[in-house]
Design a protein around this ligand. Structure first.
Ligand code: CDT
Length: 307
């Protein structure tokens, strides 16, 4: 008997600075209700799904940014989302900015089961952008100021009858992210993202944003024999145009569903988990074909040595 998880990728349109968390939670609930009509088991929301993408602004006193972060999950404001999901019997994955009791700041996703219990928390490993104010940019990408990189790495958890992993936005561009999970037998990777179309350090990449987005998720899925669910916060947010093109990618690397707007939009797919074995049991039978003894640079060295 095949193992099916029906997943919904719940893309969000922009969240402007003046939008309250209460308003955003109502949008998330509306998407959950659509997902219920489509018989979803699990709904994936974007990175930083409760607020605008605030690292586009720099402020000298980081304490003044505390209001963008969640101190608890769920909280009184997000509890209605947890309640609705539990009532509908749908699990979800939600990205948000987290501040811990001892003041650490992470870019985080939680995975919540159908009964409302939190299965896992993932904190972003690859933090892109810059640490300091760069006044010549049209907008900042100061994630390295607002978030510290997680030292916890990439986990895989049993949930929804599957082996589920998580990553966040820039993580999807790094093959190591997928492989770390592939080596734990991952069958479905959940990834929220906010990707500005304009890449300030090299604008020649702007036109390629959609291509690169698909390229990395399709190859990551194929090379690790896993489903990948990539979900955008899209559209023009505070004047910054961000990529949509949320997608659900099969272990073959094929896109089985993709959004066509930059607004709140749900796409769904019935994901056959046994499809993973067609790849992990053949061409990508890691146990048979991998050569870790010759990959030692991967963990012993960070940058390229060219001399
Ligand atoms: N949120 C996030 O990680 N965005 C990056 C933007 C490019 S780096 C400035 C991404 O990889 O999509």
């Amino acid at each position: 008997m095949s193992r099916i998880v029906t997943v919904g990728a719940a893309q969000l349109g922009p969240i402007q600075k003046h939008h309250t968390r209460e308003e955003v939670v109502q949008r998330l609930i509306a998407l959950l209700q659509k997902a219920d009509k489509a018989d979803c088991d699990l709904v994936v929301f974007p990175e930083l799904a409760l607020t605008t993408f605030f690292p586009r602004w720099f402020i000298d006193n980081i304490g003044e940014a505390d209001h963008w972060y969640e101190t608890a999950m769920p909280s009184p404001v997000t509890q209605p989302l947890f309640d609705e999901a539990k009532k509908l019997g749908i699990g979800f994955c939600l990205g948000y900015a987290e501040i811990t009791d001892d003041g650490h700041r992470y870019n985080t996703q939680v995975l919540v089961e159908k009964d409302g219990s939190i299965i896992a928390k993932y904190r972003k490993v690859h933090i892109p952008g810059h640490e300091h104010h760069e006044p010549d940019r049209p907008f900042q990408h100061a994630e390295r100021y607002y978030f510290e990189p997680s030292m916890e790495g990439f986990g895989v958890w049993r949930a929804f009858g599957a082996r589920v992993g998580m990553m966040i936005c820039n993580d999807r561009r790094w093959p190591e992210s997928y492989r770390e999970m592939g080596l734990q037998g991952v069958e479905m990777i959940l990834c929220g993202y906010n990707t500005p179309i304009h890449y300030v350090p090299d604008p020649s990449q702007d036109i390629l944003q959609g291509f690169h987005n698909a390229l990395v998720m399709q190859s990551g899925a194929y090379q690790n024999g896993t489903w990948v669910v990539g979900v955008a916060k899209a559209g023009v947010e505070e004047g910054v145009d961000s990529l949509g093109q949320s997608m659900i990618v099969a272990p073959s690397g094929q896109i089985v569903a993709q959004t066509f707007t930059t607004d709140d939009e749900l796409i769904t797919a019935r994901c056959d988990l046994d499809w993973c074995k067609r790849y992990t049991g053949t061409l990508f039978d890691f146990d048979k074909y991998r050569r870790p003894e010759v990959y030692t640079r991967i963990t012993s060295q960070r940058g390229a040595i060219t001399d």
